[in-house]
Design a binder for this molecule. Structure first.
Ligand SMILES: Nc1ncnc2c1ncn2[C@@H]1O[C@H](COP(=O)(O)OP(=O)(O)OP(=O)(O)O)[C@@H](O)[C@H]1O
Ligand SMILES: [Mg+2]
Length: 142
């Protein structure tokens, strides 16, 4: 099992993380469309780490599930302020930074599995999975 850890502390780290994540997605042999989904996921989660939590850690892993087979895990953790109302944060258009508020709901739609846990004053953990054989892939997508 491969595991790559990226510290996100500055703007440039976002692009380094995207590049490292791209390498993991290539190893998994994700389709071009899924690779873009993974890139956007990394972009949004690392931007959230920078903007809302003052930095944090991204971990990419190649995983294997007895049911779903091989996949890529993308985990973002921080010890920032946390999210008081996760349901609100997951809504399209909700942003405390006066931006689009499209990041977290977008990541949930782009990935196959999405988990978020957060505690005010402690931090936030987001974990998303993209399976190689996406259970939701349409027959038209290659
Ligand atoms: N790591 C985090 N720590 C603390 N709060 C967070 C974190 N990630 C997201 N949030 C909170 O959840 C809200 C929604 O996040 P989301 O990524 O959907 O939107 P946004 O970052 O505000 O805007 P956008 O991503 O569209 O530029 C944020 O405005 C912020 O309040
Ligand atoms: Mg965001």
């Amino acid at each position: 099992m491969e595991r790559v850890e990226c510290q996100i502390q500055r703007e440039v780290d976002v692009y380094l993380a995207m590049s490292q994540g791209r390498t993991v997605a290539e190893k998994l042999n994700l389709t071009p469309v899924d690779r873009i989904r993974v890139e956007i996921t990394i972009l949004e989660l690392s931007r959230n780490l920078l903007i809302h939590a003052g930095g944090g850690t991204l971990i990419f892993s190649l995983i294997e599930d007895p049911t779903y087979g091989p996949g890529m895990g993308i985990e973002a953790t921080d010890t920032g302020p946390g999210i008081a109302d996760i349901n609100l944060a997951m809504q399209d258009g909700y942003s405390t930074a006066h931006t689009l508020g499209a990041g977290l709901p977008g990541v949930r739609r782009l990935t196959d599995e999405f988990y978020i846990e957060s505690e005010v004053g402690v931090g936030t953990r987001v974990y998303a999975i993209k399976w190689l054989m996406s259970p939701r892939r349409s027959i038209y997508e290659r």
